[in-house]
Write a protein that binds this ligand. Structure first.
Ligand code: GTP
Ligand code: MG
Length: 451
């Protein structure tokens, strides 16, 4: 944002509501508060009741405003919040009046961007603001809040410090070239660099949880035709969402809906039954099922206990694992039902009858247990990086691995040091920090290299 501009936007959703909130950020905020509400002085950061009068003299609304006259605000610059009645017409007229008074309509995310530019938030915290707003479940919310508190930033700081101390040790030898790096010191350094690379791998790995938390856990209900997949979908939804019929091959196209099973949001997908297709349409349905399986995070494989175990395409087991699949042996109410104990015997399973309600009381609990037992979902203590952060971390890791390579090839230590310096800069980009030079100065001022 160019210096000196004041931005304005409606911060609550469009439409009728009890209250709407209009937010301003920039130097005009204090004078606008005075002029529009005709108050000579108002107490900073305190809700004040007032009448909003437009430049034309028209009274637009009675409402509450809060002035943040200095940098102690969300954006780090003067801000004004106007809480008016939630009539879109009022909000629109106030915003038009504010534009007439010299404000500019804010770009999407511009308030948070301003906060980042004014160092109120690091980049990971700024990104967390959107995760907090979009969180669909308790788990997604608690993880986004950790990030908003700056925990990824703290982790990056810790990794940067480790990298910096490794670099400092190497620099010591560069400064005294007559002394060769002793073998045991070199091995110790390689050990530290390897440990750092593994820590980065662990962090990069967590990015797979980001979309899962944001969009819901993609849970594919699959099995042979007529096994009861759509019946299960309807049971979990609590409504008749999918067509259920005794005719095999009823579901041709997939159906997807979100449900909550606290503390998670699941995106459940009912699919066409897997078997040897009789027609082109069926074959297309089955192809779509296989596509959904490839994209799935979690699988509910439903088996009709009165039928022989289904023959599933072998490629499916590239995705379905003991750790991410729950077997549901259905229709146990019918005579002649079998336990199918030999089928995928090491997979977790539960016996149910959807029509009679058998085994359904604990089904949600069992789903959560299976999800949690093998880390299909993150724990609430987990840090989760997003795709951008993972990309930057991978680049950092690439530079660290390149430094290791230089060591193993007995190249001059300067080359490894150069890779590690670049890695340090790249790591700073995760949080959008641009002061690596300052960090280096600080550390080396306390480091006694001559010792
Ligand atoms: N007896 C009994 N019948 C069931 C049970 N669950 C489902 N059914 C019946 O089985 C038939 C097939 O159920 P659906 O839910 O349509 O099965 P589906 O797997 O979606 O079938 P397709 O979409 O054709 O692949 C229906 O007549 C259901 O009422 C159960 O637990 N016991
Ligand atoms: Mg169906």
């Amino acid at each position: 944002m160019p210096l000196g501009e004041t931005i304005v936007a409606l911060s609550t959703p469009q439409g009728e509501s009890a209250i709407a909130m209009i937010r301003l950020s920039g130097p005009l905020s204090p004078s606008i508060a005075e002029q529009c509400f005709n108050k000579q002085a108002c107490t900073p950061r305190q809700a004040t009741l007032g009448t909003y009068t437009a430049l034309s003299g028209q009274v637009l609304d009675h409402g509450v405003f809060i002035l943040y006259p200095d940098e102690r605000s969300y954006t780090g610059e003067p801000m004004l919040e106007i809480h008016c009645h939630g009539n879109p017409l009022i909000a629109q007229k106030i915003i038009e009046d504010l534009v007439d008074r010299g404000c500019r309509i804010a770009e999407p995310g511009e308030f948070t961007r301003t906060a980042f530019c004014n160092k109120k938030l690091d980049l990971t915290q700024a990104e967390a603001v959107s995760d907090v707003i979009c969180a669909r479940s308790d788990r997604a919310l608690s993880i986004a809040h950790k990030q908003l508190k700056g925990e990824i930033g703290q982790k990056i700081s810790a990794l940067s410090s480790t990298l910096l101390s490794i670099l400092a040790e190497i620099e010591a030898y560069i400064d005294f070239p007559e002394e060769d790096l002793p073998e045991e010191d070199e091995q110790a350094l390689i050990g530290k660099i390897n440990a750092l690379a593994s820590e980065l791998s662990e962090l990069i790995e967590t990015s797979r949880y980001h979309e899962l938390l944001r969009e819901g856990i993609k849970t594919v209900i699959m099995g042979a035709p007529n096994a009861g997949k759509s019946s299960l979908m309807n049971y979990l939804m609590g409504e008749e969402r999918a067509i259920v019929s005794p005719e095999a091959g009823t579901t041709r196209d997939f159906i997807s809906e979100r449900i909550m099973i606290e503390p998670y949001c699941l995106q459940i997908i009912d699919t066409a039954g897997l078997h040897k297709a009789g027609s082109d349409i069926e074959a297309r349905g089955i192809e779509k099922t296989l596509e959904k399986v490839r994209e799935g995070d979690f699988f509910l494989l439903i088996i009709d206990s009165t039928e022989p175990t289904p023959e599933l395409p072998s490629t499916i087991f590239e995705d379905l694992k003991q750790s991410n699949t729950l077997l549901l042996i259905n229709k146990v109410d019918l005579p002649g039902s079998s336990k199918h104990e030999d089928f995928l015997c090491d997979f977790p399973r539960t016996y149910i009858s959807i029509t009679e309600g058998t085994g359904l009381k604990d089904l949600r609990k069992k789903i959560i247990q299976t999800l949690e037992s093998d880390h299909v979902v993150p724990s609430d203590q987990q840090l989760v990086v997003n795709a951008r952060q993972a990309t930057v971390l991978k680049q950092t890791q690439g530079l660290i691995l390149s430094a290791l390579e230089q060591f193993s090839r007995d190249e001059p230590v300067e080359l490894a040091a150069s890779d590690l310096k670049q890695a340090l800069e790249r790591l700073g980009d995760v949080v959008g920090r641009i002061d690596n030079e300052a960090m280096l100065d600080e550390l080396f001022s306390t480091f006694c290299i001559g010792k």
